[in-house]
Design a protein around this ligand. Sequence first.
Ligand code: FAD
Length: 490
Amino acid sequence: MTRRLWQGWRVRTGATYIAALRDGRAVYLDGERVKDVTSHAAFAEPIRRIAAIYDRAHAAEADPVLTFADPATGTRHSTMWLVPRSAEDLGTRRRVHRFWAEPSYGLMGRTPDHVACVLTAFAAWRQLFDRGGVRFGDSVVRFYERARDEDLYLAYAIVPPQVDRSQPAHRHPEPFLHPGVVRETDGGIVVRGAQAIATSATMADWLFLSYITPLVPGDEDYAISLVVPMNAEGLRLYPRRPYATTATSVFDYPLSSRFDEVDTTVVFNDVVVPWEQVFVYRDVDRVNAQFHETPSHTLANFQSLVRFGVKLEFMAGLALRLAEVQTAEGDPNVQATLGGELAALCAAFDALVRAAERFPLISGGVARPHPQYVYAGMALQRRLIVDMLRTLRELAGGAFQAVPSSEAAFTSEETRANTERYYRSAAAPARERVKLVKLVWDFVGTEFGGRQLQYEMFYSAAQPVVNRRMFHAYDWQAAKAMVSRCLGEY
Ligand SMILES: Cc1cc2nc3c(=O)[nH]c(=O)nc-3n(C[C@H](O)[C@H](O)[C@H](O)COP(=O)(O)OP(=O)(O)OC[C@H]3O[C@@H](n4cnc5c(N)ncnc54)[C@H](O)[C@@H]3O)c2cc1C
């Protein structure tokens, strides 16, 4: 019975996930090699959070929203690997993305369901990779099936470091500052160079490496798309400062201490990549086309928008709770602010996500979330988050600064009485009020909060890049026709 169940379900457990991370990966923090990410203070808690979600997913394997049955084998897999064929399938994907986003309140962007979108879209559109040779399409599909069957967690690094944005990779001061192929071997290729940011790399199983920034003729050495396990020989992971290590307690830094997904620079020191892990090889056109000709970009960013919607709801909730604790929620001006500057934006954003899902573009048997709504969401995201953060700050006034330096103020015999008397509000005892204020500050003002804003501004691309995508995604014909009709009327 146990054996049959194991064969029937392919959603991994948290323990399996954690065990897989003890693979000898080369993570360097403050100049020293990290022996085991799963027990290191910088990574252990975020890893534990991801493991807990895997456990919840595993426990809900029969749930038709969280898993789907492979028509060929009957085996159930996580819905993050479902190739969407219809609006209903996209709705199912939206729910699985929410399932992954809600535990971190939308603060972890690169949960396993993000890069799963990319691989799923690649496999659903293998014809693009076949054009470079059928073996490449085979590699894409085989790796997708493996990732789906083992429920793997992938991070990706697809934007190169800012060496010289005015020059293509092949015109940099030295070759292979950006990742490229230094030579071929019988079994594969040897890759050298660095890619700027792979969020979550330290806690993922595999890395997808390629370029989303356009390559040009002459960049052939750099025109690659491939996957490597995180413990590949020669692959080094250099995280930025992880916020969990500087968070003094969960009470004082409730988000920094638990939800930092740690952005990481990845360096390839002549990493040997077997051919079966290579999807595109020395092919500028294919690299440039892979995210947009396939449904990859819209599917992955659909996940980003669903996740962002969760975060907006969380923000709105924080603002309302802040107003309640300050006994301001009955004030008509505060109600107008909460309604017009928070609730309206949350509702409008939710409508965009649902429109992207309900009106897909279906071609080649695959449903893409409608690009017009995906890119509208992405183009508006920066404004929404900045507006909402400002509103939260407006509501808080000086609250963030008028708090005890740490939770210890509540336990010290010397300070407890003053702390409990003078930090309370009419609606909440001091501990409850301070707990909330510190939570909101970790969202808007700490180093973790600042990184969150930068993430929303740049997780995909600089604003002009996103805006240009929206320009091309919008159906201008109807707008143009209306102007022509109007001009023709008189
Ligand atoms: C928190 C965070 C997490 C991220 N996670 C990931 C990840 O998991 N995987 C991944 O692959 N990437 C990730 N990224 C990287 C992200 O994809 C890039 O930051 C994004 O695409 C923008 O590229 P860039 O940082 O190189 O900025 P640039 O493209 O260099 O843009 C910076 C500024 O310079 C301007 N600019 C750019 N080029 C020129 C030019 N030629 N002339 C004049 N101005 C110019 C832009 O308009 C912009 O204002 C992450 C980024 C952040 C901030």
